[in-house]
Design a binder for this molecule. Structure first.
Ligand SMILES: [Fe+2]
Length: 182
């Protein structure tokens, strides 16, 4: 902004208000042009820096999304491996995922929790991988001893998923441990 003023006090007021420079009269045109050029250079650099920050921020967001995708893919692969020999669980785990999300929403849990439970809940039976086939695949009822072994899949699942920094696996531990509580 260019103004014309003869008041010396205006100089300080203008600078305090955000003016970047001040030229007093009498001045020479080459000086004005040089100062304007300097101001423009600073402004252009400022804009470039802001643009770079935006690009960096976008890159971080992209990387975070990639990481999340990676987590989800690994969890789904792990879940598929666990249910490989126990066919009926196929769509059961997916239904659990959707039901858990709907219940969490209905209970008014926040978006982060809903997202976590949607991804973590399919791992609830992952401990079944440690149950011997002759018990896991047995048709008809279990003997009391077999029941004890069968029930241990909850704890085994928690052990398999334990000690991870991933928020999904952390919730997975809780779910694996507690999913037969009732
Ligand atoms: Fe289970």
């Amino acid at each position: 902004m260019l103004v014309v003023t003869a008041q010396p006090s205006h100089k300080l007021r203008a600078l305090k208000a955000g003016a970047r420079d001040f030229i007093s009269k009498p001045f020479e045109m080459p000086e004005v042009l040089a100062r304007v050029r300097n101001m423009l250079e600073v402004r252009l650099l400022q804009k470039e820096l802001l643009g770079q920050n935006d690009r960096l921020e976008q890159r971080v967001q992209e990387r975070t999304a990639e990481l999340r995708e990676g987590y989800i893919e690994t969890i789904l692969t792990m879940t598929r491996a666990a249910e490989y020999k126990d066919e009926y669980t196929g769509s059961h785990v997916q239904r659990i995922s959707f039901y858990s999300r709907d219940l969490a929403c209905t209970l008014g849990m926040d978006k982060e929790f809903v997202d976590l439970i949607f991804i973590a809940s399919p791992m609830h039976d992952i401990g079944k991988i440690g149950i011997p086939d002759h018990i896991l695949l047995k048709s008809g009822g279990f003997t009391p001893d077999e029941w004890v072994i069968m029930k241990s899949h909850a704890e085994m699942g928690a052990k398999i998923l334990g000690n991870s920094k991933s928020p999904y696996l952390k919730m997975g531990v809780e779910i694996a441990l507690g999913h037969h509580e009732r």
